[in-house]
Design a protein around this ligand. Structure first.
Ligand SMILES: *[C@@H]1O[C@H](CO)[C@@H](O)[C@H](O)[C@H]1NC(C)=O
Length: 384
């Protein structure tokens, strides 16, 4: 039995190793931007994250640690003592900022706020109290109340209900930063955000509200309304037509816009030169079916330029290697089968699923191989 187990182990290892090597699929490339921190936060926002995380911790530990005590009175007593205990605070702090996307900045804030949190905790706090106000505004002094800005939390100027005409916010609102002037939303400008920015037109206005909308994308230097007929002037890449307004120029109508290994692709307001497929020698579009002539080493088959013999040989070689491995595995199963039916059929099942798995893997990764699993009769294979 020990011997059989060893054999089983061997086969498992071989199968695992083979499934990595046999069809040369490249590992997925990790996008480096995933690894770098995204845009950094202001101090006030970091404090906000920290407080949110702390509140999550309070919630998570609210039910106590000692549920299921022997007697109800005992459980009650333990719960009460845990509620205000150092241990609960540690439990909360252990997983602080873990859920946050900006965990580095959140942790940094957590460290700085630690003494204030401990002070608050030791004073037997009321959990319903506004911890954000206490920590971020009063103690850490990185935030201000809403509609206040700057070092001393100065009130934003003007009517707080309609700050910056309702089309912007006061710079530094809610933080210790900024100077209280209006930061207008996109499309608005002016000290009080009561004018349309360039490239926008006044779409609506009454006593309490104004609305600026974006000019048509073919316009340059403003517009009267939103269509391409309302432009003051046309952007480069567009031409003025007295009936239709600003129209896209199809740059690709002009001959020889791109080099001879490229084709021209028109887009609204512009165009691009794209490289031909590698099977082409000159083309009028993307793909091996758009060639003017075939490149060296390729020849025309119907609409397509197909690689000559050489490349096929290589992929065939790979496929042959894979086949031979399967045969080897099947022979191993054949040797094992008479010795132990149960073990043999187990290994047989493993080999079978390996073959199907490997072929499927190659297929979904776009490798030429055998598979067309559809017309590949596995049962036939095992009858022999
Ligand atoms: C307020 O700050 C903004 C941006 O930081 C700046 O452009 C503007 O000139 C400042 N205004 C005043 C009155 O200091």
């Amino acid at each position: 039995m020990i011997k059989e187990n060893k054999l089983l182990l061997h086969i498992t290892v071989v199968v695992a190793a083979l499934s990595v090597g046999l069809c040369n699929v490249q590992p997925p490339v990790v996008n480096p931007s995933v690894l770098t921190q995204s845009k950094s936060l202001g101090e006030c926002q970091a404090c906000k994250l920290f407080i949110d995380s702390f509140k999550n911790g309070l919630e998570r530990t609210a039910r106590g640690k000692y549920e299921g005590g022997d007697a109800a009175w005992e459980e009650e007593k333990l719960k009460k003592s845990y509620k205000r205990s150092e241990m609960r605070l540690i439990d909360i702090q252990e997983s602080i900022c873990k859920e946050s996307k900006h965990s580095v900045q959140c942790h940094h804030m957590a460290e700085k706020a630690e003494e204030f949190i401990e002070e608050w905790w030791s004073q037997n706090p009321d959990e319903s109290e506004d911890l954000y106000t206490y920590i971020c505004i009063e103690k850490m002094q990185v935030c201000c109340p809403k509609f206040h800005y700057g070092k001393d939390c100065t009130p934003c100027p003007g009517d707080h209900e309609k700050l910056c005409s309702g089309n912007g916010k006061c710079r530094g609102d809610g933080t210790r930063k900024g100077n209280g002037t209006c930061l207008c939303d996109a499309g608005y400008t002016g000290v009080n955000c009561d004018q349309c920015a360039s490239g926008y037109y006044l779409a609506y206005k009454d006593d309490s509200k104004m609305l600026c909308s974006l000019c048509h994308k073919s316009c340059m230097g403003g517009c009267r309304q939103g269509t391409q007929k309302d432009c003051v002037a046309c952007k480069p890449g567009f031409i003025f037509d007295s009936d239709e307004g600003c129209l896209d120029i199809n740059e690709c109508d002009e001959p020889n816009k791109c080099t001879k290994d490229q084709f021209c692709l028109n887009s609204i307001g512009s165009f691009a030169c794209m490289n031909c497929d590698k099977s082409c020698n000159g083309c009028h579009g993307d793909g091996p079916d758009m060639c003017r002539k075939c490149a060296k080493g390729y020849s025309k088959k119907g609409e397509f330029c197909i690689a000559d013999r050489e490349d096929e040989d290589q992929s065939e070689k790979l496929t042959t290697t894979r086949y031979m491995t399967y045969v080897g595995l099947l022979i191993a199963t054949g040797i094992l089968l008479p010795k132990s039916t149960s073990l043999g059929s187990l290994v047989g099942a493993m080999v079978l699923s390996y073959i199907v798995g490997a072929e499927y893997y190659c297929m979904i990764n776009g490798h030429t191989g055998l598979v067309n699993l559809k017309d590949f009769d596995l049962i036939q294979l095992f009858r022999t």
